[in-house]
Design a protein around this ligand. Structure first.
Ligand SMILES: Nc1ncnc2c1ncn2[C@@H]1O[C@H](COP(=O)(O)OP(=O)(O)OP(=O)(O)O)[C@@H](O)[C@H]1O
Ligand SMILES: Cc1ncsc1CCO
Ligand SMILES: [Mg+2]
Length: 266
């Protein structure tokens, strides 16, 4: 981990292509947040083309938010293709724990695809590690374990980098942990702020060889953009619009000034 919080500048230089198989609720917001951070989105989920598309990309996002059984095969094909090319795969297990299909599919994806980043809310991640947890649709409820411990357990279990989102975002690869306190409560007032975090992580991961650095930099940048958007917002609608504007114009010096990151060794 090199502690570089300004990877967005590298994203803007390289403009990595981020292939996303995602849900129908937030697909447009996910495409636009990818553009706002300087990367290029492509949404493609037909089983006939996903492997080919992943080969063109620099990162892949798999989001099970509005999962259909046919999508599972497409996600696995895209994931295997991404693995063969050596590009990072980010998995967002939306609603894992709420239904058997979602929990089972997430576990299958973790088994059959080499996932680099698992990003979810506390309820989703806790369900997957076998902790007692509440998941209400796509929202996290009560979780009976300390979130840092939960994230570390998940990182060790699947040997990947975990991002547990919430008021504080916890990031760990099982050896180092970081907690990012940037962000704003208005993020909970619109749908998809969790979904949008995944393509931002993917874009940053595409331009960095260090998973912890990429995840911390992405989550911090995204959280600061939300803080900036909140200062101008009249409510959820203008906040959502402002989030794209704020991320688009955020510069490295502002990120360094506003970052609230604590970290340590496990
Ligand atoms: N109270 C809060 N204060 C600051 N940031 C928050 C707060 N709640 C959520 N966030 C931020 O909002 C984003 C989404 O986190 P959350 O845990 O709500 O995801 P989620 O449940 O997957 O959301 P969704 O399903 O709507 O996509 C993260 O970047 C997180 O840091
Ligand atoms: C509300 C909702 N339902 C399925 S996916 C999604 C977007 C937030 O996760
Ligand atoms: Mg989510």
């Amino acid at each position: 981990m090199n502690g570089n919080l300004t990877l967005i500048e590298e994203v803007r230089k390289q403009c990595p292509l981020v292939h996303q198989i995602t849900n129908v609720v937030t697909v447009n917001d996910c495409a636009n947040i990818t553009l706002s951070c300087g990367a290029s989105p492509v949404m493609a989920d037909a089983p006939e083309e996903v492997a080919e598309m992943a080969r063109l990309a620099s990162a892949l996002v798999l989001n099970i938010g509005t999962l259909k059984v046919e999508q599972v095969d497409a996600m696995i094909q895209a994931g295997i293709s991404a693995n063969e090319k050596g590009i990072p795969v980010v998995l967002d297990p939306v609603g894992a724990g709420a239904t058997t299909l979602r929990t089972r599919t997430t576990k299958k994806l973790l088994e059959e695809v080499r996932i680099a980043y698992l990003k979810g809310n506390a309820g989703e991640i806790a369900t997957l590690t076998g902790e007692r947890a509440e998941v209400r649709g796509v929202d996290s409820g009560h979780v009976g374990i300390d979130i840092r411990t939960l994230a570390i357990n998940a990182a060790k279990k699947w040997d990947l980098t975990v991002i547990v989102t919430g008021e504080k975002d916890v990031i760990t690869d099982g050896a180092m942990w970081a907690e990012v306190s940037n962000g704003h409560p208005l993020m909970g007032a619109i749908t998809g702020t969790g979904c949008m975090c995944a393509p931002v992580v993917a874009a940053f991961a595409a331009v960095s060889k260090e998973p912890m650095t990429a995840a911390i930099s992405a989550v911090t940048t995204y959280g600061i953009a939300a803080e900036k958007a909140a200062t101008m917002a009249k409510g959820p609608g203008s906040f959502r619009q402002g989030l794209f504007d704020a991320l688009y114009s955020l510069d490295g010096d502002t990120i360094k000034e506003y970052a609230k990151v604590e970290w340590g060794r496990v």
